[in-house]
Design a protein around this ligand. Structure first.
Ligand code: SF4
Length: 459
């Protein structure tokens, strides 16, 4: 998971790109970066932490003259979380100064890296994105053709924004695993991971960049749009709608919020006849599915938790005792709401099971009577190799345990997962079929070659 943005032909490119990055902050909180060009020599600024860390002085953005910018927020899915791997990556090569920001994982990264090393390439990052820069630097021709030739050699997930002088390029892998959308503000084009970032900066969403498509933009004009591979079929990550994308972003013709409400409605159908006093979401991930469930089942919706937004990832948990304190710090049940009640507790997913176990643990401390635990996606049985940081298969609770075993481990009265069929229906625009989505983490059916040379287990 990462967020990317590009803005061109705009005197305020750096301000708009940074506002877009703040909107995409939920896609990555570990590092941030922005590259500016179009007026002076291309410059890249990167920092660990939130977007606000990079732009912490009001004046900084004014020091970034340029009419085109690309930006990136990073959540580590491959390679170390360190400043050296923060993006955009900027290089100086035969094509001049070129910068790239990438969302996804290149699954044949190790193979290509070894080939490049044998040819004498020198790597300064440990991220998979760097191989793309090497491939670009080693090819001759105009930049769009060079990008196309380079992408042809890659497998896996990549939504990209590339900047050279005033030229902004957007590209998406042939499966379209990660989203990438095109928008416009006045006479400037914007490329973003999500529609919400376009709208927040005052622009209008035009269309999705299609799987396998490369769009070249310059001076407020689409110069070229073409496909780098002929055979392509959309397999967009269905987890974007379950969890990752903002509720106000549009995917497959409807808002993510709408899809999540539908997931809740389908769950209520699956659990027809369930008796409970209240429906409670795990904040914030279960919120819209809980709304849909409550409406469809006629069970009262209640906010049963207070979420503390100020507990960072870095909060140290050296002992079991302090782990419990952390759990209570993050999420505190409201006793008066849940005590003595039968509740339907809704969350988006179970990965290792440890977070769910802790949430259920703090809920039980309040004297709740019964917990029906409900998840708005199917059991996650397989790892993701396409840009989401799920653990390796052996660490996934549903890969190694039956639903009944998970129920017992979590110590809840019932445990229900949304069926894959209903999840696909909830996420689809009327004409979409299952093929439009990647659902590999629920089915083990991957759309690229996954071998022992694949990044996740080996690098
Ligand atoms: S494997 Fe799962 S998380 Fe990864 S892209 Fe496919 S649906 Fe999304």
């Amino acid at each position: 998971m990462c967020g990317i943005i590009g803005v061109e032909n705009n005197e305020n490119a750096s301000v708009l790109a940074s506002a877009g990055l703040i909107t995409l902050q939920h896609r990555g909180e570990e590092s941030v970066g922005i590259t500016i060009s179009g007026k002076e020599k291309m410059k890249t600024f990167r920092s660990m932490g939130l977007v606000s860390t990079l732009f912490n002085e009001d004046t900084l953005l004014n020091k970034l003259p340029g009419t085109a910018a690309i930006g990136h927020v990073r959540y580590t899915t491959s390679a170390k979380s360190s400043l050296i791997n923060a993006q955009p990556f900027q290089i100086n090569c035969i094509h001049g100064n070129v910068a790239v920001a990438h969302n996804g994982n290149i699954t044949n990264f190790i193979k290509i890296r070894e080939m490049l090393l044998k040819k004498g390439a020198i790597f300064s990052h440990t991220s998979d994105t760097e191989i793309l820069l090497h491939l670009i630097a080693m090819s001759k021709g105009n930049l769009a053709d060079v990008v196309a030739k380079s992408l042809y050699r890659l497998e896996g997930a990549f939504s990209l924004v590339i900047l050279k002088d005033k030229t902004l390029i957007g590209a998406r892998d042939e499966n379209g695993f990660r989203p990438l959308v095109l928008g416009k503000i006045d006479s400037s084009y914007i490329i973003s991971s999500e529609t919400s970032a376009i709208e927040v900066i005052g622009g209008t969403y035009i269309r999705d960049i299609m799987p396998g498509e490369i769009v070249v933009i310059e001076n407020g004009q689409i110069k070229k749009s073409f496909f780098y591979k002929n055979s392509r079929q959309q397999h967009t990550c269905i987890f974007e709608q379950v969890y990752f994308s903002r509720p106000d972003s549009i995917m497959f013709g409807k808002t993510v919020k709408e899809a999540r409400v539908k997931m809740g409605e389908f769950l209520a159908k699956q659990m027809k006849g369930i008796k409970a006093d209240i429906v409670v979401p795990v904040p914030d991930t279960g919120y819209y599915a809980a709304l849909g469930f409550a409406k469809a089942s006629n069970i009262f919706f209640e906010n049963g938790f207070v979420r503390n937004h100020y507990v960072g990832r870095s909060f140290i948990k050296p002992s079991q005792n302090l782990r419990d304190v952390t759990a209570r710090l993050k999420l505190r049940p409201i006793k008066e709401v849940v005590k003595g009640k039968d509740i339907v507790l809704i969350d988006d997913s179970i990965v290792r099971g440890t977070t769910s176990k802790r949430i259920i643990g703090v809920l039980k401390e309040t004297g709740v009577k019964k917990i029906h635990f409900v998840l708005s996606c199917p059991p996650i049985t397989d790892s993701c190799y396409y840009g989401i940081d799920t653990p390796i298969k052996s660490h996934l609770i549903a890969a190694n345990n039956s639903v009944e075993e998970i129920r017992k481990y979590l110590d809840v009265n019932t445990l229900t997962f949304l069926s894959l069929e209903n999840l696909v229906k909830a996420c689809s625009f009327s004409t979409e079929k299952e093929q439009a989505f990647c659902t590999a983490c629920f089915t083990g059916k991957y759309f690229t070659k996954i071998s022992k040379n694949t990044y996740k287990e080996n690098y």
